[in-house]
Design a protein around this ligand. Structure first.
Ligand code: AMP
Length: 418
């Protein structure tokens, strides 16, 4: 047996129904808020993420599935969706075709991380992005969309955390304040943090090393270093969240691991999805579109991990599928049974039949295993009389229904089941 690659998973029948529920719910919610679906290729140029996600990020430095293709081009499997959507937005001049470019994407992402519960090498994201709207009302709308997605999926016991990481005008002063506040403590932090203190001090907040936490908790907060316009923006976002009655808390540690974030950042955390408790994360990225060669347009969005949503979701209460079963008594009835089976399917009903021509008893056993609601039995006698015997699989009760009425009869009975 050749097993699946570490960190990847088959999504089996029985589990896939939860995935379908997430996807269908997300589509409904996204469309209510005015988003259109866009599908991008899974492979992109490596430089899209080097420039977009950022050279100094863990994703680009350590986690990309990048390779040289047969034509000598540097290609990567996409590790996240935002740069791809920005690329598509720019490449197709979407702002000329859409009143407000609001886009969503669903699909697999790839990161070479250490697999554990809730963390995989191929995982799946739901991603939304809005371009060209600077007003803080859109920040609150995007956060509300994330919140509504959770509510509609039935996910409770979650925490919404928000923060503002400022903009290129005010962030340097904050970064400087961080380094200053660290002072001599810098030497006791982990190797990664020491590197971060050099390259991007805000990243220190991402550190998970237990011994570092006391020092990190005592560091200054970005919200205290915002410039006037970033402060006004963040106050407005908070005010709208208050108006909508969405519970949240400000976490000064929420800087997010990517380079492109400006101003608003947010995450939704859930308790029951393992050590990886962030189920959704996003924020504003006002310089990214320009940085990737597009017009100077602001942007904001989020990504949610489908695996983590599926883990956080309550068990389904929807009843399992209940099909119909067609049974043939004797070889002579087989053709008629096959035609009946097809007719039921043409009428939108799920129907099964046993092809191996076993006894009626073993056919009924199969019908039970399939949890059939009723069996439609055809033998020589039924065919001669132009009827079908309908057996209720629960009560065992049998009735005879004219062959011509059987599709309509079945449809009506199945509708009552639902
Ligand atoms: P990020 O793109 O890192 O901000 O992640 C956004 C969301 O994607 C997270 O909140 C997770 O739900 C999900 N996610 C990120 N990385 C992984 C992974 N390796 N395995 C499973 N889900 C992930």
């Amino acid at each position: 047996m050749i097993p699946a690659i570490r960190g990847t998973h088959d999504i089996l029948p029985g589990d896939v129904e939860r995935w379908q529920r997430v996807e269908a719910t997300a589509r409904r919610v996204f469309e209510r808020y005015g988003y259109a679906e866009l599908r991008t290729p899974i492979i992109e140029r490596e430089e899209l993420f080097a420039k977009g996600t950022g050279e100094t990020t863990d994703i680009v430095q350590k986690e990309m599935y990048a390779f040289t293709d047969k034509g000598g081009e540097r290609i990567t499997l996409r590790p996240e969706a935002t740069p791809s959507l920005v690329r598509a937005f720019v490449e197709h001049s979407l702002e000329q075709h859409m009143a407000v470019p609001k886009l969503y994407l669903m699909g697999p992402m790839f990161r070479y991380e250490r697999p554990q519960k809730g963390r995989y090498r191929q995982f799946h994201q739901l991603d939304v992005e809005v371009f060209g709207v600077a007003d803080p009302a859109i920040d609150a709308e995007v956060i509300d969309l994330a919140w509504t997605l959770m509510t509609d999926l039935g996910i409770r016991d979650i925490d919404l955390v928000v923060n503002s990481v400022g903009c290129p005008a005010c962030r340097p002063a904050f970064a400087e304040a961080l380094v200053k506040a660290l002072g001599d403590d810098r030497a006791v932090l982990c190797q990664d943090c020491q590197r971060r203190a050099e390259t991007n001090p805000l990243r220190i907040f991402d550190c998970k090393v237990p011994a570092d936490q006391a020092v990190i908790d005592a560091l200054p907060h970005s919200v205290d270093y915002l410039c006037e316009s970033c402060r006004t923006h963040f106050q407005a976002v908070e005010r709208y969240l208050g108006l909508y009655g969405i519970p949240y808390r400000v976490s000064h540690r929420l800087v997010r691991g990517l380079d492109y974030y400006t101003r608003t950042t947010f995450e939704i955390l859930a308790g029951n999805v393992g050590a990886q408790n962030a189920i959704l994360g996003g924020g504003r990225y006002d310089g990214l579109v320009k940085q990737l060669g597009g017009p100077d347009r602001v942007g904001i969005g989020f990504a949610a991990g489908i695996e983590r949503l599926v883990l956080a979701m309550p068990p389904a209460d929807d009843a399992a599928r209940r099909p119909l079963f067609v049974a043939a008594m004797g070889e002579a009835a087989r053709d008629s049974a096959l035609v009946l089976l097809r007719e039921l399917r043409q009428n939108g009903l799920e129907a099964h039949m046993e092809y191996e021509g076993r006894s009626i008893k073993s056919q009924m056993k199969r019908a039970d295993r399939l949890r059939a609601v009723f069996a439609l039995i055809l033998g020589e006698d039924e065919i001669a009389q132009g009827v079908v015997t309908v057996k209720d699989m629960k009560t065992g009760e049998q009735v005879r229904v004219p062959r011509a009425d059987i599709a309509e009869f079945s449809r009506a009975r199945m509708a009552r089941q639902e």
